[in-house]
Write a protein that binds this ligand. Structure first.
Ligand SMILES: [Zn+2]
Length: 218
């Protein structure tokens, strides 16, 4: 079941109060329209009924897709601390589920899209790092100039990755299966403990890649 609550919100522009709806959890099997809303950036968007200014109100939200067996949790700092202190899933675990947590809305939507497509998010992170390396190696930009890199779409065997440099997007089509092969060869060290919420992002990948590199040269 999806769950929402209402709370009072003060418009930062006109200063008037109004009630907003907060989606605490989304079950897309029961409410497929909420999935659409998330993908159209409408779950966190509110419009002031007085001055019609539009805002993004970020709040924790648990995305549950029973069909694809995935739970993606957008958390705040407090929930992240709780998850780090006690990472075990606080409810009955269903076998075969993927559990992820995210800190940003963009990361949250991207994660749902990657997992919904049946892709392994660790392999996608590896492909994203490859794109950034290509850009840096070709001297197109420095690592600091890269704003972010994000998974875009999948078509047949290729995935499209977008890297944004100074508001300019660079699109790269990569063969997913090639990355999958590399990943499967190097899989040791990239395991995820099951039945707990994990944040798989660039930092996670970088930490493991560095650890593997150090292990290989020592
Ligand atoms: Zn207003």
């Amino acid at each position: 079941m999806s769950k929402s609550s209402t709370r009072m919100f003060t418009c930062p522009k006109c200063g008037k109060d109004y009630e907003i709806e907060i989606w605490e959890s989304i079950n897309v099997a029961l409410d497929p329209d909420l999935r659409e809303k998330l993908f159209h950036n409408e779950i966190f968007k509110v419009e002031c009924p007085h001055c019609h200014d539009v805002y993004q109100v970020v709040h924790p939200c648990l995305y549950h897709d029973p069909e694809n067996k995935l739970m993606v949790y957008l958390v705040d700092d407090a929930i992240e601390k709780e998850l780090e202190a006690n990472p075990k899933i606080p409810f009955e675990v269903i076998p075969g589920y993927t559990y992820r947590y995210c800190k940003k809305i963009m990361e949250f939507v991207e994660k749902v899209r990657i997992l919904e497509e049946g892709l392994d998010d660790r392999i996608v992170e590896m492909a994203k790092m490859f794109c950034e390396k290509q850009i840096v190696d070709s001297k197109r930009a420095t690592l600091e100039e890269i704003e972010f890199t994000v998974y875009n779409t999948k078509k047949d065997n290729s995935v499209e990755i977008i890297t944004v440099l100074k508001e300019e997007p660079v699109r790269m089509q990569l063969n997913y299966e090639q990355f999958e092969e590399i990943f499967l060869r190097e899989e040791d060290g990239y395991e995820i403990e099951p039945n707990r919420f994990v944040r798989i992002n660039r930092d996670w990948m970088l930490e493991r890649a560095t650890r593997e590199y150090v292990k290989n040269i020592s």
